[in-house]
Design a protein around this ligand. Sequence first.
Ligand SMILES: Cc1cc2nc3c(=O)[nH]c(=O)nc-3n(C[C@H](O)[C@H](O)[C@H](O)COP(=O)(O)OP(=O)(O)OC[C@H]3O[C@@H](n4cnc5c(N)ncnc54)[C@H](O)[C@@H]3O)c2cc1C
Ligand SMILES: NC(=O)c1ccc[n+]([C@@H]2O[C@H](COP(=O)([O-])OP(=O)(O)OC[C@H]3O[C@@H](n4cnc5c(N)ncnc54)[C@H](OP(=O)(O)O)[C@@H]3O)[C@@H](O)[C@H]2O)c1
Length: 387
Amino acid sequence: MAAETSTPRPAFNRKNPLVARIARRKLLTEGCKEKETWHFELDLQGAGMEFLPGDSLALFSHNDPALVDDVLSALGFSGDETVTDPNKVEMPIRQALTESCAITGLEKKFLTTLAEKAGEEAMDLVSLLQPDQKAALSDFIWGREIIDLLLKFSNVKWEPQEFVGVLKKLNVRLYSIASSLKAKPNECHLTVALVRHESHGRLRQGVCSSWLPQRTDENTPAFCFITPGKGFRLPEPEEDAPIIMVGPGTGIAPFRAFLQERDATKAKGKSWLFFGEIHEETCYLYSEEWDQYLENGTLDRVTAAWSRDQAEKVYVQHKILEHGADLWDWLESGAIVYVCGDAERMAPDVDKALHDIIAQHGGKTPEEAAEYVEQMRQDKRYRRDVY
Ligand SMILES: Cc1cc2nc3c(=O)[nH]c(=O)nc-3n(C[C@H](O)[C@H](O)[C@H](O)COP(=O)(O)OP(=O)(O)OC[C@H]3O[C@@H](n4cnc5c(N)ncnc54)[C@H](O)[C@@H]3O)c2cc1C
Ligand SMILES: NC(=O)c1ccc[n+]([C@@H]2O[C@H](COP(=O)([O-])OP(=O)(O)OC[C@H]3O[C@@H](n4cnc5c(N)ncnc54)[C@H](OP(=O)(O)O)[C@@H]3O)[C@@H](O)[C@H]2O)c1
């Protein structure tokens, strides 16, 4: 394997993260009421941080101070009480709840301790915590956060250290890197969708995806490190294999890195991008860049699916089916299929569409199509990075 394409050893890690700056940012979905997806550029000048297309950035973030205030107020704490945080560091509880504790998701340790402390009042919670109630517990947890239960069980009194002791560490979030060091040396780009929903009368926002656009500026230290993309890699340059990239929503991120890299290395392999979002007018992420790549030959085809521009949903898998005959030709000429984005709904649907076109255009039974896909997997010609 050529030295320049081998996986670099990560110089930074969880215990020794790089402190980067978020030099530039841009709202990619200007004018869209339903969603907010942002582009961020981290300045890596002088840091010596290396990565390859397909890698992700692990990022530390902070909780929303307004939510920290609500939690402190529900607990009756001033915020100055000294506690030992989950990293075993002494600090005021306000700082611990902002910087090092997970204060949103409902975890077993918090729920069990709350149920014990609340006694009779929490019998419903006690029954939800029984081993045979897993499905009911996960229904209960979906859309609820720690603050909801602190408000509901306001009679329960906590000691500051006792409360911090039942919380988990605030963990890093991963983001697929959306740039190539060959095209953008000293930079690391991210494409981040704000997670936002309303439940039980409260607006909820994802910790890191709201911290980035709402609570950082160019002076905020962003502690981060690389997590290698395992098998999610471009074919070696000398192979020049055709690539088919399926990346709706933020799933587009690693493919922007792939295409920047292929543009910079003047790779000869053909490439076809499937993108999907809700509206063409406001959510066509990086569309000018795809136009440029189509013009200079880095990209051969872009096929887009807009899910809310018409009455019925149109998704990437519908476009895959529509272009099944061409796709089959690409597969037969050795194309590698990459899929990135939502693991729960999109990836299984795309997988099914792939099976369907192989059966239909390859004249195969469903079993033979499954064998074909399995062979692609074994040959590393079907690679997924889904979350
Ligand atoms: C390898 C990898 C690559 C990734 N790449 C990207 C990327 O390029 N861009 C990107 O934006 N994300 C990416 N992600 C996802 C990212 O890591 C975070 O999970 C995402 O940003 C949410 O983090 P958060 O801290 O904002 O939200 P959190 O605070 O973690 O909250 C998210 C949680 O909120 C809850 N939730 C969400 N929606 C609802 C709802 N409607 N109702 C009730 N509860 C709900 C769920 O429990 C969910 O797990 C990637 C993930 C992985 C593993
Ligand atoms: N846990 C979940 O249920 C879930 C699901 C999706 C995303 N997420 C998270 O939400 C964040 C943002 O997601 P995102 O902005 O990347 O985009 P996204 O929510 O995945 O949406 C991108 C596009 O994919 C469409 N889509 C929805 N269902 C699909 C399916 N079954 N097959 C193909 N396309 C489908 C969406 O259409 P419509 O929205 O119009 O249907 C939209 O047009 C990510 O962090 C992701 O992890 C979580």
